[in-house]
Design a protein around this ligand. Structure first.
Ligand code: FES
Length: 586
């Protein structure tokens, strides 16, 4: 590990001398002295003194955007981080990067995640800083930042924006976005009318901040803390609270300390840290998207996630956190219950307690430092919310490289199920026909949606949460077995098989499914089978023709050429290290 606030890895392919503060990463004019002279002249134009410019520099990634209400507290957070940096004698300098908000990113936020990771990595590399605080929150922003920071390998801390507050509708507590889907389902089933759904729309999001349930944003907040790359206690404080601002201030202070000590991500993001994070993902009933993101982040560190081994881990890890969509509470309740520390304490026998965190103390030391008290949100290890196997990894001739299902948020009746396939060729086909009164479908059928994988859509949209066909919704059907190569929101629930790999657009077996085929899911056996004989599948493959997936230029071209499948985290091929040797969980 470097001791001057830089690292060997960071300077790969860079000519500059290893330096600290403003002296590092000079612009290449062929005269280092002139480059520094020019840099200081310009920044002094902003009123900085030599005393300020000689301090340890902490970069702060500002991902505030008018299009991103999940980051709506950015200005206050930056102010608090800066205060912390200066209390510790450093100089904070904020800089912008891309911001991605779920509901404002077409075609999908996932399509842009890798672009944000590249922006983050290159801005860390390009600008002089001794450490960096990355402020993210909305689903893809934290993964993008951790991917970029892992590759840059400069001392860093993640700081999440925090969850929004809950609100109320006609006496019922509501929060985005499990309740968004519940009310929309009621509207589709004609249980509530146009006026009420409009009323609900104004109540679902109680404040700025990230979704208030255990969706992807909350999952990634907990994962950041479990990885040790965010401060202990930092995952759960809601966005608009004093606790959140104190976490921001403490993060700024720690960033200065870690810059001076040269604590780089490779000393934190170890195999043990990723195993801890996978445990936590399971115990919190986390978003299925968390698996893809953890795979991508670990990949940047040269570590593969073995999904079959993850499934074995899942079988011995109980779901403890009673938050929607698996349970009933919200993030602010988890915070009042002690936050992630309460979960970690219950999980202690299954964790690597010697894993290091950004505080310089081990995870075990941090857990032991938090007081214990009675609470109702985190179950005891011996009386879990869901016994084990919250997320199951299934395989079979329909998904040779695997697929996943979040059992803890599904209808137990459908975890062993055989039914007739009702097939939609792509998202447009589904939108055109799903509500057709003539659609030949029953509640026992299996809805299949093709071509929403990483390449197919492109960007692997969260369309895996297929709506219940309207005519069945009106009969009171609330869940069906649904299968796709796409993702679903972490806030969603249902009997939904996701991430079928390889995807249909690349000719995976999902592409060969036809209306009326029988499909069998057995979660107990971890099998997903298309009950069609091999000769017939071979005949269908002969006739299968790929839809051309090309783009003339730009990011779309890069994306289509470089995107990997879900089992490699949907990262770009050229961003992953060439020889990944290590695998977790062991
Ligand atoms: Fe941003 Fe849910 S939409 S966290």
């Amino acid at each position: 590990m470097a001791t001057d606030g830089s690292s060997d890895k960071r300077h790969d392919n860079h000519d500059e001398v290893r330096r600290t503060g403003l002296n590092q990463g000079l612009v290449n004019y062929g005269d280092a002295g002139f480059s520094l002279f020019l840099r200081k002249a310009f920044i002094k134009g902003a009123g900085y003194s030599d005393d300020a410019l000689n301090r340890t520099i902490v970069g702060i990634a500002n991902t505030g955007s008018g299009y991103n209400p999940c980051h709506g507290n950015m200005a206050q957070l930056i102010e608090a981080v800066k205060r912390g940096v200066m209390l510790e004698g450093g100089l904070p300098i904020e800089f912008p990067t891309i911001s991605i908000a779920e509901s404002f990113s077409t075609p999908t936020s996932m399509y842009l995640r890798n672009l944000m990771s590249m922006d983050t990595e290159e801005m860390i590399r390009a600008q002089p800083m001794d450490s960096v605080v990355l402020i993210g929150g909305c689903d893809k922003t934290v993964p993008a930042q951790l991917m970029g920071a892992a590759s840059a390998n400069l001392p860093m801390l993640e700081l999440v924006t925090g969850a929004m507050l809950t609100s109320g509708h006609r006496g019922v507590r509501v929060g985005a976005c499990t309740d968004c889907r519940r009310y929309w389902g009621m509207y589709r089933g004609q249980e509530i009318d146009e006026q009420e759904i409009e009323e609900v729309n104004a109540k679902l999001v109680g404040s700025v901040g990230t979704c208030s349930v255990m969706g992807t944003a909350s999952t990634m907040a907990c994962i950041s803390e479990a990885l040790g790359i965010a401060l202990p206690g930092s995952a759960s404080p809601p966005a608009v609270t004093a606790d959140r601002m104190r976490v921001a201030e403490a993060t700024g202070r720690q960033a200065v300390i870690n810059a001076r000590a040269g604590v780089t991500p490779d000393s934190i993001l170890t195999e043990k840290a990723f195993e801890n994070a996978l445990r936590v993902l399971l115990a919190i009933g986390g978003s299925t998207n968390g698996i893809i993101h953890l795979t991508a982040i670990a990949g940047r560190m040269g570590i593969d996630i073995d999904l079959a081994a993850f499934d074995r881990m899942s079988r011995e890890t109980p779901v403890l956190v009673d938050l929607k969509p698996s349970g009933q509470h919200y993030m602010e309740d988890l915070h009042r219950a002690g936050g992630l520390s309460t979960v970690l304490r219950e999980l202690k026998p299954l964790l690597h307690l010697d894993a290091m965190t950004v505080t310089g103390r081990t995870l075990g030391e941090e857990i032991d430092a938090v007081p214990v008290f009675d609470q109702q949100v985190v179950h005891r290890f011996d009386s879990p919310l869901y016994p084990a196997g919250g997320i199951a990894f299934v395989r079979g001739n329909l998904a040779p490289d695997g697929a996943i299902i979040k059992q803890s948020a599904a209808d137990a009746r459908l975890m062993e199920h055989e039914g007739r396939a009702v097939v939609f060729e792509d998202a447009e086909d589904m939108a055109a026909r799903i509500d057709d009164p003539e659609l030949d479908v029953t509640a026992e059928d299996v809805l299949v949606l093709k071509r929403i994988g990483p390449v197919g859509a492109p960007g692997m949209p969260e369309a895996g949460y297929l709506p219940i066909p309207r005519k069945l919704a009106r009969q009171g059907v609330r869940d069906m077995l649904r299968i796709s190569d796409g993702r679903m929101s972490g806030t969603a629930a249902g009997s939904i098989v996701l991430h079928v790999t390889p995807e249909a657009a690349l000719g995976g077996p999902l592409a060969l499914v036809e209306n009326g085929d029988r499909i069998r899911l057995s979660v107990s056996e971890r099998r997903l089978e298309l009950l069609v004989d091999d000769a017939e599948l071979a005949r269908r493959r002969e006739g299968w023709r790929p839809v051309a997936l090309t783009a003339e230029r730009g990011y779309r071209k890069l994306f289509l050429e470089q995107i990997t499948q879900a089992d490699q985290g949907c990262d770009f091929t050229f961003l992953r290290p060439p020889n990944i040797q290590r695998r977790v969980p062991k």
